[in-house]
Design a protein around this ligand. Sequence first.
Ligand SMILES: *[C@@H]1O[C@H](CO)[C@@H](O)[C@H](O)[C@H]1NC(C)=O
Length: 88
Amino acid sequence: MAPPAAIRWFAVVSALMLFHLITTSTAIYCDEDDCYDLLGVTQSANTSEIKKAYYKLSLKHHPDKNPDPESKKLFVKVANAYEVLGIM
Ligand SMILES: *[C@@H]1O[C@H](CO)[C@@H](O)[C@H](O)[C@H]1NC(C)=O
């Protein structure tokens, strides 16, 4: 027999809350790197600072300007970090 709807609802809500707690209590990571470190900003940086840092780095590491394959990797990482932080 399935448990009453209220109990199932409670289980779903507590699972979601627990998940939320876990994800917000740890730093936001972009693969193995801290997104903020990648962009060279602190966690207290506001959106305009994050944007500025991203533009600076994306120009610096842009594949058109920088033929180094490491640079392209960084360019992708920085773009990802900006995307992750941009939705926060
Ligand atoms: C973000 O922070 C910078 C430096 O602290 C400040 O100059 C700027 O006005 C802030 N921008 C917003 C949108 O709060």
